[in-house]
Every structure is written in structure tokens, then in C-alpha cells.
Design a protein around this ligand. Structure first.
Ligand SMILES: N[C@H](CCC[C@H](N)C(=O)O)C(=O)O
Length: 291
């Protein structure tokens, strides 16, 4: 099957975007993996599908698949690219749209400076106690939520890392590090992603606090590995930092792929994420038939 796609990126997190507003493509996990493959396909961290609205008060449906072919609940950098895509292809004339995702409705808005701001909804904190695999390290309740201690069996021996666990629709485990450039992302990232504490797996964030309004962040993403930026990861990291009393309500997040700005006014408030969204190229590709 030959399909048309648009290659986009938001702070270096890159996407294949598919316009399914006129007809569904009906791709399966293997075909999503093919599109994401950087050698045999187009290459992307995620595949974003733009689909018709499910209801009158919603403009579009937004479906996200990781490079491993698995469907996930949310993608922040993708939401900004979604907004640029529907405007550039004249699928809407609005400056802001309401978009249905697996984890609820988000609202991307085109900014005058070409950046896009997305209301990502309110964070959800893990409060349910779960059995620990590390004897004696109970959850450390901090302000009504939990920093969890995970035992990681690295090749250099066992390490215990403290992670803040929260959801932006998709799951995140954020730890604070002294220097993101030397953080053990490649070693600890996959161990945290697949840790038994997270039956749905998890995105592993590594945050360096520069000051109360600036952090540096690397994220080893569930289903895609380390990306140059993770929008929901930036939201989760800033929310964790604010809850830990380390950050103010508006924070610049420096990622390896670019700058994101995250704002959160506290419990019950939505998280606002602002950043770039760029169309790189369009193309056609022959996708192997569904297996
Ligand atoms: N890997 C994520 C999905 C993509 C999130 C990220 N690309 C973003 O910008 O939020 C997950 O499995 O939950």
C-alpha cells in the first residue's frame, strides 16, 4: 500500500504524520514499526494519525504510536506538530483546536511567534501503594504523592534510584540528577522503562535543576528509547520539581533538541506546554501489506 506522509519535529522529537481525516489507513503494529524504522522506513520516534472528530465539540482525534508499534495515550511534542499540520493542510482555520486522545481532550493553540501552546490537562499522581521489590524502602510520601525507590540491577551492581511517579495521560518516572550530560540514561533508562513497578512500562526522565526557572532534561522514552525531547516528559519533570519545592510555576526546559516552556499553577490546574513545531518534508512510501 502506498501512503502519503508528512515528516515533522518538535524540539527534535520527530514524527511521521498521517492524514486519516478522509479515510482510515488501517495500519497494524508492524506497519507502524516499519514507518518509524530509520533504516528501512521513514524514521521517527512516534507515528501520529490525524482522524475525524468523534463528536460535535471536538475538532479531531489524535492517535499516537511509538516506534515499537504500540499505541500510547499522549504525546506532547506531537500535539504541537498536530496543530501545525491541521493548519498547514487547511483541515481547520481555527487558531486553537480541541483534540481527543486516548487520555482525554487536549487543546493546542497556534502562537503569534509560530510556537504552539498546548493545554495538556492536569497531572495525575500515583498514590496507590504497590508492593515494593526493595525491602524496607517504603514510598516516601511528599505532599500527598510518592517518590518511589527502585532497585536497578545494572552490570556494575545494584543501584537504588528515587523517582517521582506521575502521569500526563502517559506514565513518567522522573529522577533528579546533578548533570544530565553524565546521567546514566543509556544504562538506567531501559531498566526503569521495564521495571516491574510499571506494568505498562514507563518513560524515564533525568532532570538537572539549574535554578527555580530553568532545568535541563533527558528522557528515555517508553517504546522509543532516548529522544531529543519529550513534551509530556517535560511536563512531568516540571510538575515533580514544583511539588518537591525546587521550581517556580513557569520553567524553561532545555532538552537536547530545543527549548520547551512549561507552566503549572499547582494541584487541579492544567499543565501548559509551549514550544516549536516544524514541518520537515512530505513524501510517499510503499508500506508492506499488513501481516
Ligand atoms: N513515549 C511516550 C509517548 C510519546 C511521548 C513524547 N514523545 C512526548 O512528546 O510527550 C509513551 O510511551 O508514553
Amino acid at each position: 500500500m502506498r501512503i502519503r506522509f508528512t515528516k515533522m519535529q518538535g524540539a527534535g522529537n520527530d514524527f511521521v504524520v498521517l492524514d486519516e481525516t478522509r479515510a482510515p489507513l488501517g495500519l497494524d503494529a508492524a506497519q507502524y514499526r516499519f514507518l518509524a524504522d530509520r533504516h528501512f522506513g521513514v524514521g521517527a520516534d512516534q507515528i501520529l494519525s490525524v482522524r475525524p472528530s468523534p463528536s460535535a465539540d471536538i475538532d479531531f482525534q489524535y492517535v499516537i504510536h511509538n516506534a515499537d508499534g504500540g499505541e500510547v495515550e499522549q504525546c506532547g511534542n506531537g500535539a504541537r506538530c498536530f496543530m501545525r499540520f491541521v493548519r498547514e493542510r487547511q483541515l481547520t482555520a481555527k487558531d486553537a483546536v480541541r483534540v481527543q486522545t486516548l487520555s482525554g481532550v487536549i487543546e493546542p493553540r497556534m502562537g503569534a511567534d509560530g510556537r504552539v501552546t498546548v493545554d495538556m490537562g492536569a497531572p495525575v499522581f500515583e498514590t496507590a501503594r504497590v508492593p515494593f521489590d526493595t525491602a524496607g524502602l517504603d514510598p516516601q510520601p511528599e505532599g500527598g504523592w510518592h517518590t518511589w525507590h527502585l532497585a536497578l540491577d545494572t552490570h556494575a551492581g545494584s543501584a537504588i534510584v528515587a523517582v517521582a511517579v506521575l502521569s500526563m495521560g502517559n506514565p513518567h518516572a522522573v529522577q533528579i540528577v546533578a548533570d544530565v550530560d553524565t546521567a546514566p540514561v543509556a544504562v538506567q533508562g531501559p531498566l526503569i522503562e521495564h521495571h516491574p513497578r510499571f506494568p505498562q512500562r514507563v518513560n524515564a526522565g533525568f532532570m538537572q535543576v539549574v535554578d527555580r526557572a530553568r532545568v535541563r532534561l533527558r528522557v528515555f522514552e517508553r517504546g522509543s528509547g532516548e529522544t531529543l525531547a519529550c513534551g509530556t516528559g517535560a511536563c512531568a519533570a516540571v510538575v515533580a520539581g514544583i511539588r518537591l519545592g525546587l521550581l517556580d510555576a513557569r520553567v524553561d526546559v532545555q532538552t537536547r533538541g530545543g527549548l520547551l516552556t512549561i507552566e503549572w499553577a499547582g494541584d487541579g490546574s492544567p499543565v501548559l506546554m509551549t514550544g516549536p513545531a516544524v514541518t520537515v518534508f512530505e513524501g510517499d512510501i510503499e508500506v508492506p501489506d499488513a501481516s
